[in-house]
Design a protein around this ligand. Structure first.
Ligand SMILES: [Zn+2]
Length: 878
């Protein structure tokens, strides 16, 4: 090696001299430069250079440092190392048997270092935390520079004043906690290095004014090297201290630095990996929380287990507890207290595993009792009170810490991280994590928990709601059980109906002018059963179910003046008449739906119209904003069908069942008079354009709807005495609503105001003209068999016109008989006639004797009941 180097230097040296001479000669312009004069002279000058360099090593060093490129130098070093390897007895070994540092360094780069890096990487993969990376790195440097030992001082949050002596992974205490010895705030050498961020070499015995205490005694080693470790983000990570018997040199610093450059990157990635891993675990957990909320609907206890398990892992705590705030009693309480990690769970957490509480721990909590203490007491109580995070490094030094539990359990609490969980700005819970496995809880832990806490809040909130809903549901079930008992017919009633065989025929029942008033409620039920059997037979329907269904429907009509069982039965009877008079107009399932819908169309009516339900903010109006009551009537129908032994449609195929129920819903909703006007408009247009078709299902639905309205209003098409009797009960119901509105401070419509009784005649004229007559006219056009309804409605309209004129006339003449008493007289007379069980002709008014004789034979004595939906209609008619 030396010969080659010397040759080169000799050449350079000669070249340099020639060059300098050349400069001079260029002026003369004669001599060429650079060529050796002759072989002999060259040899002798090489020897001279060699001799010169041997005696001037400092010159050589300076020369090489200044003139030779680093790459060339490295190439030389490698070549030299390889030669040295071939010769076991090498001169490259220093006097203490150690390889020269530079060669050792290069050697490491190409051989040992690779292996070391591989080992280090493997180790980091297994335990990728910052302290461990640094510890491994320091070990590598120690080996590379041939130090006898090393120590690592970790800087907390990059603060040079906050150095802690790391005792390595093996230096664990009995409780498994890694030891980190805190350094005093005195200016020790590591702190000095941490502050200056420069490497430092020290030797025992040297007087250094910066360190009056001199070098700390490390196993008697005389020399020490200190290296700061700076992260890629510029933050101080640690200080490495190395010692040995021989002095450290500049190249040792170089070696250490080269490791630290790599180490910095490793550290960066280790941290990145850690935070990503943490984030991934957090994401997994949050997903699991969301899933359990929306899919499993977990119980509060399961959720709390999950939260505590995860909180504990998130910040690497030994224990975790969650306290919920009882805001009413200003207390904190916990049923599940102190979740410690089990070995199984620890293994699970290492693999980033699930978040569910183990079966074992859930079983444990079943036996646990509830802990309660006032807000403001202890660490958790303090956090609940202030809503601020408490990060306590030494619990026993904190006066707020309650030692009772430690005393009871024998557990020793050291560090505590206690954080609030908010929902809508209120603290709803407090999570307390105890004893971080390594050191104290950090700002990082607080940050990670903060995001987690948002989800905790949501999860707890939902779990609470879920618990509430679950409880309400149970209450609701109990209420339903009670209701279904009281709202279904009794067995006695069923037996009674069964015993009184259904007759084979009932004379006059299919007449449009049949009066329902002569029947009592039970007889109506029997008639309803007869009509059903007559229309549909019993081959596809169960007789007992039919009886039970009909009796329960009867029971579910309220005892209001008008919208009661009598009205429901009357409408069903009208529909029966329509179906009986119009064979083959409606299909079988349409008939079934039309009849059942008619019977049930006002179930549970409260004697108040939709507008009243909306105005009084009834819960029903909250459920259905349009056709409020009609939706309720249909729902009641379905509810009855669902009661045990009530499903009259049970023998239908599911397809038929669906179709019939669909028709029933359509038909019941159609009894909302608000829908009559658009239905009428559509049908009228179809008729005008001659496009109405019985084959079109949409057109059929329209005719069903109009048929429903016609039957609902059939009291207006009943013989006069039935009509008058019905009008009386209708207005009784109207006036009750008007009274309720007045009580609530509202002004009722004239229709419902009992103080405006004198307008009743005019109202009836308006109602029959505006709604009933158009309805029967339209129906008659499509189903001519319904003409008797139209005829009787027209006749009744005439009567109301006469009455209205008479009232007006008496008003003008001021005969002393006021309109109100006149009307009362009309109604009373009508009722009296009814009571006397006589045909009312002639006794009431002039013209009455002409009265509607056609109907009398059928309607027999009962004046009646018409006007059905006047209720809705008057509200909604123009
Ligand atoms: Zn009705």
């Amino acid at each position: 090696m030396w010969s080659g180097l010397a040759d080169g230097i000799a050449k350079l040296w000669r070249g340099g001299r020639t060059s300098r001479a050349g400069q001079h000669q260029t002026v003369n312009g004669s001599v060429t430069r650079g060529e050796p004069c002759d072989g002999h002279a060259a040899e002798s000058s090489v020897e001279q250079v060699r001799a010169f360099l041997r005696s001037h090593t400092d010159f050589l060093e300076r020369f090489v440092m200044e003139e030779v490129e680093l790459e060339t130098l490295e190439r030389w070093m490698i070549r030299s190392t390889q030669r040295a390897k071939k010769r076991p007895d090498t001169s490259a070994t220093g006097k203490n048997g150690r390889k020269t540092s530079l060669s050792r360094w290069k050697f490491c780069v190409h051989a040992d270092k690779r292996q070391m890096l591989q080992e280090l990487t493997r180790s980091l993969q297994q335990r990728p935390n910052k302290a461990h990376v640094l510890w491994e790195l320091a070990g590598c440097i120690c080996s590379a520079v041939g130090a006898e030992g090393y120590q690592l001082y970790l800087a907390e949050n990059g603060d040079p004043e906050m150095l802690g002596l790391y005792l390595g992974q093996d230096g664990r205490l009995e409780n498994g906690q890694t030891v980190m010895e805190r350094m005093g705030s005195d200016l020790t050498v590591p702190v000095y290095v941490a502050k200056t961020r420069e490497p430092l070499r020290l030797s025992r015995g040297e007087l250094d004014p910066r360190f009056p205490d001199r070098l700390p005694n490390k196993n008697g080693a005389a020399h020490a090297l200190y290296q700061p470790v700076i992260q890629t983000d510029g933050q101080l990570a640690a200080v490495v201290e190395l010692w040995r018997g021989d002095p450290f040199h500049e190249e040792d610093e170089e070696i250490a630095s080269s490791y630290l450059v790599w180490g910095g990157i490793a550290l960066h990635y280790a941290q990145l990996y850690l935070s990503m891993n943490k984030q991934r675990k957090l994401n997994d957990f949050l997903l699991a929380v969301v899933k359990s909320i929306f899919q499993d609907m977990v119980s509060m206890d399961t959720l709390i287990m999950k939260i505590m398990n995860f909180a504990q892992r998130l910040v690497d705590a030994d224990r975790a507890s969650l306290f919920l705030v009882d805001s009413r009693n200003k207390e904190l309480y916990a049923r599940i207290f102190d979740i410690g990690i089990t070995s199984e769970e620890a293994a699970d957490s290492k693999t980033g595993g699930g978040v569910s509480g183990s079966e074992e721990s859930i079983a444990k909590l079943q036996n646990s009792t509830e802990i309660r203490f006032p807000v403001g007491t202890g660490i958790a109580g303090q956090v609940a009170k202030t809503g601020e995070v408490l990060n306590i490094t030494d619990a026993y030094c904190d006066s707020r810490f309650n030692r009772t539990i430690d005393k009871l359990t024998g557990y020793r609490t050291k560090t505590i991280l206690c954080m609030p969980i908010f929902i809508r700005g209120n603290v709803i819970g407090v999570v307390q994590m105890v004893n971080k496995h390594c050191g104290c809880f950090t700002k990082e832990d607080e940050d990670a928990f903060e995001m987690f806490a948002v989800y905790c809040g949501l999860a707890l909130h939902h779990a609470k709601l879920y618990d509430k809903i679950a409880r309400s549901e149970q209450k609701y079930r109990v209420a339903l059980e009670v209701l279904s008992y009281h709202n279904t017919c009794s067995d006695t009633e069923v037996t009674r109906a069964q015993e009184q065989k259904i007759p084979n025929s009932i004379p006059g029942i299919e007449d449009y002018y049949f009066s329902v008033f002569k029947l009592d409620d039970f007889e109506k039920a029997k008639h309803a059963i007869y009509m059903f059997k007559d229309l549909f037979g019993l081959s596809r329907f169960d007789s007992d179910s039919l009886i039970r269904f009909t009796l329960t429907v009867r029971k579910n009509y309220r005892r209001v003046p008008y919208h009661n069982w009598t009205h429901g039965f009357s409408v069903a009877n009208s529909m029966y008449s329509v179906i009986k008079h119009t064979q083959n107009t409606f299909k079988a399932n349409e008939c079934l739906a039309l009849y059942i819908a008619s019977l049930c169309h006002d179930l549970d009516h409260r004697g108040k119209n939709n507008k009243f339900m909306l105005d009084t903010e009834s819960p029903l109006a909250a459920i259905y904003s349009t056709s409020t009551m009609e939706h309720h009537h249909f729902n009641q129908t379905v509810t009855i069908l669902q009661q045990k032994g009530h499903n009259i449609f049970s023998k239908l195929s599911s397809w038929e069942y669906k179709q019939v129920l669909g028709y029933v819903k359509h038909c019941i909703l159609a009894t909302d008079l608000a829908l009559f006007f658009p239905n009428k408009a559509k049908l009228s247009q179809l008729i005008a354009e001659q496009t109405f078709s019985w084959g079109d299902s949409e057109h059929r639905l329209l005719i069903q709807a109009v048929a429903m309205t016609a039957c609902d209003l059939s009291a207006s098409a009943k013989p006069w005495n039935v009509q008058v009797k019905t009008v009386k009960v209708i207005f009784e119901e109207f006036y009750e609503q008007g009274d309720a509105e007045k009580l609530a401070g509202h002004v009722p419509s004239p229709l419902m105001d009992r103080d405006r009784k004198c307008e009743l005649g005019a109202i009836q004229v308006g109602f029959l003209t505006g709604i009933c007559l158009p309805c029967y006219t339209l129906l008659c056009k499509l189903i001519p068999e319904t003409k008797p309804l139209l005829d009787q409605c027209q006749a009744n309209l005439e009567r109301w016109r006469q009455i209205d004129e008479e009232i007006k006339k008496q008003k003008e003449e001021k005969t002393g008989v006021d309109a109100l008493s006149f009307l009362d007289n009309v109604l009373e007379t009508s009722e009296k006639t009814d009571m006397e069980d006589k045909i009312s002709s002639g006794s009431l008014l002039e013209g009455e004797k002409e009265g509607q004789g056609t109907s009398e034979k059928n309607c027999i004595q009962e004046p009646s009941h018409q006007h059905s939906e006047l209720t809705h209609s008057m509200d909604q008619s123009p």
